[in-house]
Design a protein. Structure first.
Length: 138
């Protein structure tokens, strides 16, 4: 194991119990609704992708996609109106609640870190943090 992996695992397990599982359920429910509506299936796929990220956020981050264009922008606007603001509000409330204790501060910060992708899920990809740092260093 690399240095820091133990801390990531511990934080991810605590996150999963306190907030990750519940937020992932919210994303899965949104994904199911989006897929039922047929025309919003791309939003459903994005929601399932984010649900995976929300379950285990430590050690992963988001980076912009190079091929994202106007379609992603329009899709993100529609997403915010239909689903995004509610999910972002959930992350905000969870983040504030987690930051009440000293031990919960890193978890609250992780919840705040998830707000941008809950608002703008299209045009980004989820990658390992080490991969993101390596791509920016090159």
């Amino acid at each position: 194991m690399r240095k820091g992996d133990d801390v990531r695992v511990i934080l991810n397990v605590i996150w999963l119990v306190l907030a990750g599982f519940w937020m992932a359920i919210a994303y899965v429910l949104v994904g199911i609704v989006a897929c039922i509506l047929i025309i919003t299936i791309p939003f459903g796929i994005a929601s399932f992708r984010i649900a995976n990220y929300v379950l285990w956020p430590f050690g992963r981050t988001t980076v912009p996609r190079e091929d994202a264009g106007v379609g992603s922008l329009i899709g993100n606007i529609i997403w915010i109106i239909l689903f995004g603001w509610e999910l972002a509000l959930g992350h905000l409330v969870a983040g504030v609640a987690l930051c009440i204790t000293i031990i919960g501060i890193p978890l609250g910060l992780a919840s705040f870190k998830l707000i941008p992708i809950s608002l703008f899920p299209l045009g980004v990809r989820i990658v390992d943090s080490d991969e993101a740092h390596a791509s920016f260093a090159a």
